[in-house]
Design a protein around this ligand. Structure first.
Ligand code: GCV
Length: 731
């Protein structure tokens, strides 16, 4: 690498364009440090040095120059030899003789780990960022910049890090027409119409953001997939995306429609045991790898919610997954086969079906197949227990899928930080091999020695200027990457870093904002689905309350199916006297969830049908507790808005105002949730409101008549649009 002309951060479009604080820069803002903090980084010097000429080394140097010149407000040069005292040297033992001579502890860090050390070499102070590959060094560079962004000391660094999970992927539910299923941040960032000739420069910033948190793959289209993506023209478009993401260590993957051999291959069948079908997929894989040599592989939603799959031909999930795995194996590709399967034709509790379908096939999947399991057995609810599949299939690679986009948690307008939800899942103990068999250990492969490990997050990214539809939803993208790198990381520490990177380091700001974030998920649970209730949202759009809905087309899409409220009580009996879903867990967990007294209160109604008069821990009856939880949830959103209002002097106007508006929407929605839910459940329980509790603002029939035909994230023609009900405010 030749010595580049001196580069100022302002020369980079991203930084200058985003001087307006519109959120585009995410957590990579690189704003100049305050004067007193600057003094601590004098030793960092003015040079970024690398001997590597790869595309990845080039973007690493660019990032370091951009970051350091922005943060330290001085000229930083990039070159290939240390010229002055005070330099940042990055690379690998293979491409840097200096790094090789240092004998850094890189042996167990794999291709993506890194070491960052402050050292003196030949009398010169340097910071060394080393990996076994240029990608490792890129990750190290982002980590080094984070040290300075968060004002941590940088003169005696000794950081060693490697990802615990191999595949850390964003799953985009983006459609080829530019819409996004369950997307609340505008249109897709993938502009299929202008690809491959024009690749939006925005994809470079997308790649930078992902690389900065260790995300190393993207499934670029919806699991409800169109077979078109597998045609020649679209493969060329995907290849252009892959070329853009490659320097940042990000591979592309595609959702594969199981019936593609029929739809685009003109075969009469997609039977996975049919030789012509197998040959079609093999040729298709060869064609893709010819265009994209490092293609990651396929993600498949099969025999789920109307999608085609091997069961259409009397074959198993293993037959389907293995056929695709065989096609990809010669190229090193993987199949991520989703366990999100259920059918209303199966007369069993919906949440039991994934386990019933997959457990019998443990050990029957190829080594390059990983079964991708949603965190809970239902569908990304505000709270669910962990899926019983974690730990249940020791001979099958098992990955975790979480939803970053907040389909059931207030879309982009509710401030809900998902770190605590994911941490709760990761730290759940499956007891698969006795105590301490956490979900995290299944996911990182350490429990069963799995080689292929995965954490996938359904993306919340769209073409909105702020990427995620709100500033605080960026924290969920950020937290996803950090937890995929280290499933045992603390949600609080991650929030703290995010606030510092995104806003500033002022403790008067960071403390209350981290507090807001950390409490936010529990508050959302309270105003939407307290005490273990689930899936009480309106039909299709999943916006707003719909606990009364009983006509959603399939029994298992109806809120009444889940709450089972009647005159005697509320909740789904999943013990031996009911659906016996508890039996899918290992005995220690099953025992705990079987008994009312030992079931955690926050999952009470998930596992039990409980009389309204049952006394919960607070001493209140269940009915009174339910009403109090909804009421508390609403009150706490009001308090969140108050906390935010006080922070106005500490935050730029643009990001302050938009967040304040979102909190106003959240207050409105929380009130709606509270009032509509209480109105409905009171009509079922027939009980009076506890003393002092405000009655719902409207009648139940008013709430039932509400509809949100244009709630974002649904798409699709032919939806019935109902007129809004007349106002019937009662107080
Ligand atoms: C992509 C839920 C969502 C669907 C989604 C499905 C899935 O049912 O509402 O939009 O489809 O999950 O994860 O496949």
């Amino acid at each position: 690498m030749k010595l580049l002309p001196l580069v100022l951060a302002a020369a980079f479009g991203m930084l200058s364009a985003a001087q307006a604080e519109d959120g585009y820069q995410l957590w990579l803002r690189y704003q100049p440090l305050e004067k007193p903090a600057l003094a601590g980084y004098r030793g960092v010097g003015t040079e970024v040095v690398s001997a590597s000429h790869s595309a990845t080394a080039k973007v690493t140097a660019d990032e370091l120059v951009r970051g350091l010149s922005g943060l330290l407000a001085k000229r930083i040069a990039a070159g290939d030899s240390i010229r002055t005292g005070g330099a940042v040297l990055f690379g690998t033992p293979t491409n840097s003789p200096t790094i090789a001579s240092l004998k850094l502890p890189l042996e167990n860090l794999g291709p993506e780990g890194y070491v960052i050390r402050s050292l003196t070499v030949k009398g010169k102070k340097i910071t060394v960022i080393a990996g076994n590959s240029d990608i490792g060094a890129l990750y190290g560079a982002f980590r080094f910049l984070k040290v300075i962004q968060t004002r941590a000391p940088a003169d005696h660094l000794d950081i060693v890090s490697a990802p615990a999970v191999k595949l850390r992927l964003l799953d985009h539910w983006d459609n080829l027409d530019g819409t996004i299923e369950r997307g609340y941040a505008g249109a897709s960032i993938f502009n299929w119409w202008t690809l491959p000739e024009h690749v939006s420069p925005r994809l470079v910033d997308y790649a930078r953001a992902n690389a900065s948190i260790g995300i190393n793959g993207a499934v670029v289209i919806n699991v409800n997939a169109s077979a078109l993506i597998l045609t020649r023209d679209y493969i060329a478009k995907v290849a252009a995306i892959a070329d853009t993401l490659r320097p940042y260590g990000i591979k592309v993957y595609l959702s594969a429609r199981f019936s593609a051999p029929i739809e685009i291959g003109r075969l009469p069948t997609a039977d996975p045991l049919d030789p012509a079908v197998r040959a079609w997929w093999k040729n298709k894989a060869d064609e893709i790898y010819h265009a994209i040599p490092d293609f990651g592989g396929f993600l498949v939603k099969a025999n789920s919610e109307g999608q085609p799959g091997p069961q259409d031909y009397g074959r198993s999930h293993a037959d389907g997954a293995n056929m695709l795995a065989d096609a990809l194996a010669p190229h090193g590709g993987v199949v991520m086969w989703r366990a999100f399967v259920y059918s209303h034709e199966v007369p069993d509790d919906r949440i039991k079906q994934a386990y019933s379908e997959f457990k019998p096939f443990d050990g029957k999947f190829r080594d390059n197949v990983i079964v991708q399991v949603k965190n809970g057995p239902l569908d990304f609810q505000p709270r669910e227990p962990f899926s019983a599949l974690f730990g249940a299939t020791p001979a099958t690679n098992t990955g975790l899928e979480v939803q970053i986009t907040k389909e059931y948690l207030g879309f982009n307008t509710h401030l809900v930080y998902l770190g605590p939800l994911w941490q709760e899942v990761m730290q759940s103990d499956t007891y698969a091999k006795g105590p301490s068999s956490t979900v995290a250990k299944v996911i990182d492969g350490s429990l069963f020695g799995s080689k292929l490990t995965l954490m996938a997050g359904v993306s919340n990214i769209g073409a909105d200027r702020n990427w995620c539809g709100s500033i605080f939803d960026q924290a969920n993208w950020y937290a996803f990457g950090r937890l995929a790198w280290d499933p045992n990381a603390s949600a609080g520490d991650i929030a703290n870093d995010w606030v510092k990177l995104t806003f500033n380091n002022n403790p008067a700001l960071t403390k209350p904002v981290v507090g807001l974030m950390m409490g936010s998920r529990e508050i959302a649970v309270d105003y939407m689905t307290p005490l273990g209730l689930a899936h009480q949202m309106g039909t299709s759009g999943h916006y707003g309350p719909g606990p009364w809905v009983d006509d959603a087309g399939r029994p298992d899409w109806n809120p009444v199916y889940y709450a089972r409220a009647d005159r005697s009580g509320i909740g789904f009996d999943r013990t031996a006297t009911g659906s016996n879903a508890v039996a899918q867990y290992f005995p220690a967990v099953a025992d705990k969830f079987s008994k009312l007294e030992t079931t955690p209160e926050n999952l009470l109604l998930w596992f039990h049908h409980v009389p309204w008069s049952y006394r919960v821990a607070s001493g209140r009856t269940l009915w009174d507790e339910l009403v109090s939880r909804y009421t508390d949830g609403e009150a706490k959103v009001h308090a969140m808005a108050g906390t935010w209002a006080k922070l106005k002097p500490l935050i730029d106007a643009e990001r302050f105002d938009v967040t304040a508006d979102d909190l106003t929407i959240q207050e409105r929605d929380a009130k709606l949730w509270r009032d509509a839910s209480i109105a409905y459940f009171q009509s079922v329980s027939g009980l009076p409101l506890p003393a002092g509790m405000k009655a719902p603002a409207h009648s139940l029939s008013y709430y039932k008549a509400l509809s949100w035909p244009y709630a974002p994230g649904q798409g699709g023609p032919g939806r019935k649009i109902l007129p809004p009900p007349e106002d019937d405010t009662q107080h």
